[in-house]
Design a protein around this ligand. Structure first.
Ligand code: 2F8
Ligand code: CA
Length: 329
């Protein structure tokens, strides 16, 4: 309290000095008792005010000092914490710097991964599109499946129908083959009838023409050639029977001759002459080569043994023979 009082007095003294030095000296006041009392009251008020200020200051120091100190302590603590964090950040920064190269590589890899992801995304979109199309097709297939089921249910019946159709088809083919055979036969009949209508007779795959006029053997052969044939050969008993029965006992030249050869019988149409097989067709005692001039042969009688050798210059009826050749279909 003494210190505070002395500080207040020194301050008052200093003020008085200043007042003296700043302004010209006032004339000496005329003091009266009331003025003295007023001044004393003023001084007292000032002293009280200064005391209040001092007390307030002390009180504030007593209260605020610990608070300031606590605050300063907290600030210090916080500063230390901040320093620790700054150190951490600094070490992290160093770490980050050290890892910057790695980060660049990681960045490149990330970009590559991103590019891959873009491609994958594009592929996924394409797959989605494909999936949608597949889904649409699946719907179509699903809707078709019912029809397939219905058709499946009809399969046994269809199989039976198919078996019947196959059997019918086989019969149709058989009939068709028969019809073709019949058609072929009819065509053959037509061809044969066409030739028969011209005066030929048909037997065993050959046509035979029994002439109405008599000719020498050579002239008769020429006429046969002009009709695409030759004087007939005889190669079987059945043919021989056909010929002598049709001849009806009249003599007809046939195509057997020795002319133009060295005394060997031969067929003028080129058929090989079988001497042994032909023995049964000669009239007994024939060929006798009367006058050593009988080099051609006739059917003379209506018998199996009906052949006679005669002079080729004689004139007789004659028999031409030609093969039946089926016309082209
Ligand atoms: O004209 C020739 C002819 O004459 C006779 O028949 C009528 C001969 N027959 C006999 O001698 C039995 C034929 O051989 C002969 O070709
Ligand atoms: Ca004779």
């Amino acid at each position: 309290m003494k210190t505070a009082d002395s500080e207040v007095l020194d301050a008052h003294f200093t003020v008085d000095k200043q007042n003296v030095s700043l302004w010209p000296p006032d004339p000496p006041p005329k003091t009266c008792p009331s003025q003295v009392l007023g001044r004393l009251l003023t001084v007292r008020a000032v002293v009280i005010f200064l005391m209040l200020v001092t007390i307030t200051s002390v009180l504030l120091q007593a209260i605020l000092y610990p608070w300031f100190m606590g605050t300063i302590s907290d600030v210090k603590t916080n500063a230390q914490l901040l320093k620790g964090r700054v150190d951490n950040i600094s070490s992290l920064s160093s770490e980050i710097k050290r890892n910057r190269g790695g980060l660049v590589a990681v960045g490149i890899q990330v970009r590559m991964v991103n590019a891959s992801l873009d491609r994958i995304s594009s592929q996924i979109r394409r797959l989605e599109t494909g999936l949608k199309e597949a889904s649409a097709q699946l719907q179509v297939l699903t809707s078709s499946w019912k029809a397939v089921d219905e058709l499946n249910a009809q399969i046994p019946e269809l199989k039976q129908d198919l078996d019947k159709a196959s059997a019918l088809n086989a019969k149709v083919r058989e009939l068709q083959s028969g019809l073709e055979s019949i058609s072929k036969l009819l065509q053959q009949q037509k061809d044969i009838l066409q030739v028969v209508s011209q005066g030929w007779k048909y037997f065993g795959g050959h046509f035979y023409y029994f002439s109405k006029i008599s000719k020498t053997w050579y002239s008769a052969q020429q006429i046969c050639i002009s009709r695409d044939s030759h004087l007939t050969s005889v190669t079987s008993e059945r043919e021989q029977e056909f010929l002598y029965r049709t001849a009806g006992g009249l003599p007809y030249w046939i195509g057997l001759t020795k002319a133009g050869s060295e005394g060997d019988w031969h067929w003028v149409d080129g058929t090989p002459y079988n001497k042994v097989q032909s023995e049964k067709f000669w009239i007994p005692g024939e060929p006798n080569n009367v006058g050593n001039n009988e080099h051609c042969v006739t059917l003379k009688t209506s018998l199996l043994r009906s052949w006679n050798d005669a002079s080729c210059d004689n004139t007789f009826l004659f028999i031409c023979k030609r093969s039946y050749k089926p016309s082209e279909p």
